[in-house]
Design a protein around this ligand. Structure first.
Ligand code: HPA
Length: 273
């Protein structure tokens, strides 16, 4: 079921500003501070973009910015639609399709995640090398979209060049970046310790509730994708205490300057590619 046409939403965006960035950045928890580095040209509330849902999660504002990070023109999305909010996959990935229709070629996805890898600490950042889709749904399910493949190759979902750019950005920001496999669950409950033990055996380094649908759709359209997680907590059973959204937000707050620097440096290096 097509609720809205991404082309219509992209046409609306094009009226907001004459800027035509090729890089879009989706800010998740731990990365919203990047907005303080952004020289804002214009912004538009999601409520004014046809097809964009209103985010219901605290810390997810629901605004799309046109601006510059350093010299690099960027679109920045503050807030995303999550599957756990009750949106269907089409809605969750509508912004991705809109960005592609707008003319974006590169997409940086950021998120908060729980750490499974024993070497990870809360407050670390992890560059995604691959993912495991455990959401129980695939955003490409449904009718074929004319001109786009149904059976999409995900051998290299997270672009090698952009991954390298992230590591360089980490170096410049004096951040040691972890790397690993992100496993996506539907949420919104956190995992049980038994689930986390199982996911670790499957090869997951971090677990979260977003990013994978957007990455899959972006690859269907042929966008280059990079993604980075803020490890806001150790996953259930690995962390000593219980898990809470406030812990996620507290860690995100503690490392917000690092997250912002990483994104800014990424955007600056991107311009030189
Ligand atoms: N599990 C799933 N999603 C998350 C977590 C977690 O531990 N932390 C932040 N997002």
């Amino acid at each position: 079921m097509v609720l809205h046409n991404p082309k219509t939403a992209a046409t609306r965006l094009k009226k907001v500003s004459p800027l035509r960035p090729t890089l879009a950045i989706v800010l998740g928890s731990g990365f919203h501070h990047a907005l303080t580095e952004l020289r804002v040209d214009k912004k538009i509330s999601y409520a004014k973009i046809p097809g964009f849902p209103k985010p219901t999660v605290s810390g997810h504002a629901g605004e799309l910015y046109f601006g510059h990070l350093g010299q690099t023109p960027v679109l920045v999305l503050s807030g995303r639609a999550h599957f756990y909010e009750g949106h269907d996959m089409e809605r969750v990935t509508f912004a991705t399709r809109t960005l592609a229709a707008f003319g974006i070629t590169d997409l940086l996805l950021t998120n908060a995640a729980g750490g499974l890898n024993k070497n990870f600490r809360a407050g670390d950042f992890m560059v995604l090398t691959d993912h495991i889709n455990f959401m129980g749904a695939n955003p490409l399910r449904g009718a074929v979209i004319p001109g786009l493949p149904r059976f999409v190759d995900l051998t290299e979902t997270y672009d090698k060049t952009l991954r390298e750019v992230l590591f360089q950005a980490g170096k410049i920001s004096k951040l040691k970046l972890q790397r690993g496999v992100y496993l996506a669950v539907s949420g919104p409950s956190y995992e049980t310790p038994a689930e986390i033990r199982a996911f670790a055996k499957l090869g997951a380094d971090a677990v979260g509730m977003s990013t994978v649908p957007e990455a899959i759709v972006a690859r269907q359209i042929g966008l280059r994708v990079a993604a980075v997680s803020c490890i806001t907590n150790l996953a259930a059973g690995i962390s000593k205490g219980n898990l809470s959204h406030s812990e996620v937000l507290e860690t995100a707050e503690r490392v917000k300057k690092s997250g912002a620097q990483l994104i800014k440096q990424f955007a600056e290096l991107y311009e030189k590619l």
